[in-house]
Design a protein. Sequence first.
Length: 215
Amino acid sequence: MSTPSAPLAIETSPALPPPVACWSCAGPVAADALFCATCRVVQPPRAIDHFVRLGMPRGFVVDVRELDRRYFALQRQLHPDRFATRSPRERAISQSQAVSLNEAYEVLKAPLARAEYLLRLAGLATADENTIRDPELLMEQMERRETLDSATRPAEVETCIGAAVADVMAAESDIASAFARGDAPAAAKGTLRLRYLQKLVDEARARHARLIAAD
Ligand SMILES: [Zn+2]
């Protein structure tokens, strides 16, 4: 028996990095600010994590409506129309801010990407993407794949999709509690399982579409 590892504060939001100097007026700018408060000029994206960039608390459970609200509010401030009369440098900076916001949003809105990102932030690599080493997980995935492979009618595939979607939701709930109690190994294991379940859902949907098309 291995002793359980100490809980990790995976979901603790870090302190905001210290202010930086505005590239235009050298005034102080908060690390997560899009604009300088002194001269109002757009600022380049800083090296901050995705949660900080979108002003969300670090954690697996995300208020998706709040995430959307913040993302779209920030993107509106960077809309190209607002920079039509600005210098080429400002236009380029606003575009790189928009790209950074998109990247952060893509990761935070998808549970699987979010879980993998949280593990990376905590310095925990997720297991090899192409190999399942956990016998229990391997068996589970083989069984589900066999069921899907033997489904030849759309209704059978629909049953597979329903089961896989329910598994995805249960896995997300397991991951949420693992993160909440700082259990890194369980969070990593749940995340790997989620990756395979998600793949199964995608494959089942593709198979369903093919069967419907061939009908
Ligand atoms: Zn400034």
